[in-house]
Design a protein around this ligand. Structure first.
Ligand SMILES: Cc1cc2nc3c(=O)[nH]c(=O)nc-3n(C[C@H](O)[C@H](O)[C@H](O)COP(=O)(O)OP(=O)(O)OC[C@H]3O[C@@H](n4cnc5c(N)ncnc54)[C@H](O)[C@@H]3O)c2cc1C
Length: 444
């Protein structure tokens, strides 16, 4: 193996592999280290938005879509919890996403990276220190080996050890738990789309990851330990919100296997590294998987890092680029998971607006795809939806003369207005209070 690489990439998850491939294709020699190759077997990112697919294509990885033989994904279908008809939300301008089985995606990316002549892939190998000189411990021999690289790219995921070694705080907060389970021999309500349902203990996402494999993602509050332990209780809690065929397929799968549970976390994306150590992917920050944006943001990090003149330029570019996707993720999760009357009113208003207004569908999907990164777009959408919800709720309470309720509703909707305001204020970032507050149950 070579010594004195141009770049050392720490972590061979999806983003570390993409970073290694991108640097190698630009002519650099790369050392790619992976501490635990089996981490790819956990349940994690599988849906890649058009912004991420574009970057994969630019790295000559566009043919990865063939991995699942299920074709391009055209957008999402939202199944309202008020029993009304599903709403189809296509990506704008014919753009498409891709979805994979996480472990198949990461295994293939590692294989592609290891096959490139510019990359030395070492696994298992764990970065253990950055000073006085960076070093890793090689898993098999236990030997500590010094890293002689001009630049270090840390793609070691959320709870990044490199972040800690740089003295950067882990400010992440737990949001919920998400269980992933595979359903076999089942058709999606509409093929070629991801599906989102709400109204149960948390939002549910369903998408195809293989010719005979559909992934169901079940989000539940952190406090609902019984739902994680007891498959029957889980089924009873989520099945009422599912189309009948999906509920039947879930019952069959739950008899055969347990869901793979992962904690979901939020870490705002502000720190991009120090000196010659750059952070990319979840090492920078992470959001709830509902908007499935983690891999696409990580790929945007890789693209920006290669494109930037120095570390400050990289951080500046990305802080500006990721603000809206990060806010969208938090705001949508709040709208889909909160079951208080004001959140339900906003959810229903969102369904109405999507159902009746093609321009709003277009704008929402541009924001979700991370092809529209403008705070103004986010603010306009959120304001319209929130204002309609407030007018309808407060109006009917006022007509009934329920003035105490009117006062309460006004204060609730004013608190929601921080979202559109945040969209308009460059640099505004906050951890929404609801992420740390206990989740409120279904409306009575
Ligand atoms: C339940 C769930 C569902 C999700 N669904 C989606 C989705 O559909 N779409 C989407 O875009 N995102 C999704 N995400 C987010 C997505 O999984 C992450 O954004 C993505 O995996 C980040 O990739 P990464 O390479 O930065 O980090 P990781 O995938 O965490 O990879 C980090 C790698 O670094 C290795 N490592 C750690 N420490 C060291 C060390 N000291 N030395 C060497 N190697 C080290 C680890 O073993 C690991 O292989 C989901 C997340 C969760 C939890």
């Amino acid at each position: 193996m070579r010594t004195g690489h141009d770049v050392a990439v720490i972590g061979a998850g999806p983003i570390g592999c993409a970073a290694a491939i991108a640097f190698a294709r630009s002519g650099a020699t790369v050392l790619l280290l992976e501490s635990n190759p089996r981490t790819s077997e956990r349940f994690a990112g599988e849906w890649i938005h058009p912004s991420g697919v574009r970057i994969l294509k630019s790295l000559s990885l566009g043919d990865l879509e063939a991995l699942v033989e299920t074709g391009p994904k055209r957008g999402f279908v939202v199944h309202p919890d008020d029993g009304s008809d599903p709403i189809v939300l296509p990506y704008p301008d014919g753009m498409t996403a891709a979805s994979f089985d996480h472990s198949e995606l990461v295994s293939e990316l590692r294989r592609r990276a290891a096959a490139l002549p510019g990359i030395d892939y070492v696994a298992p190998a764990r970065l253990t220190k950055l000073s006085p000189a960076p070093a890793y411990v090689e898993g098999e021999s236990g030997a500590e080996i010094r890293i002689e690289a001009k630049q270090i790219v840390a793609a070691d995921g959320r709870r990044s050890g490199t972040r800690r070694l740089l003295g950067l705080a882990d400010g992440s907060v737990g949001i919920s738990f998400m269980g992933g389970i595979v359903l076999n021999d089942v058709d999606l309500p509409v093929e070629g789309y991801g599906h989102v349902m709400s109204g149960g203990p948390g939002p549910i996402m369903i998408y195809r990851i293989g010719a005979n494999k559909v992934r169901m993602c079940l989000d539940i509050p952190t406090s609902a330990t019984s739902l994680r332990r007891d498959p029957e209780a889980l089924y009873d809690a989520v099945a009422p919100g599912l189309p009948t065929t999906m509920a039947k397929a879930l019952a069959v799968s739950l008899k055969a296997r347990k869901p793979a549970w992962m904690e979901t976390r939020f870490q705002t994306r502000t720190e991009y590294g120090r000196g010659n150590v750059a952070l990319v992917g979840d090492a920078v920050g992470c959001t709830h998987p509902l908007t499935a944006i983690g891999i696409s943001l990580g790929l945007m990090d890789v693209e920006a890092l290669l494109d930037s003149v120095d570390a400050a330029d990289y951080a500046r570019q990305q802080r500006a680029a990721v603000r809206v996707p990060e806010m969208l993720s938090n705001a949508l999760y709040q709208v889909f998971s909160d079951n208080r009357y004001d959140a339900v009113a906003i959810r229903r208003s969102m369904y109405d607006v999507w159902r009746t207004d093609a321009a709003e569908r277009h704008r929402t999907m541009g924001l979700l795809a991370a092809t529209d990164l403008r705070g103004r777009s986010f603010a306009t959408s959120f304001f319209r939806i929130g204002f309609k919800a407030a007018r309808k709720t407060v109006g009917s309470q006022a007509r009934e003369g329920r003035w105490r309720r009117v006062r309460h509703s006004l204060s609730r909707f004013v608190s929601w207005s921080t979202w559109p305001l945040a969209g308009l204020l460059p640099g505004y970032r906050k951890i929404p209070a609801h992420l740390t507050a206990p989740r409120v149950g279904r409306p009575g």
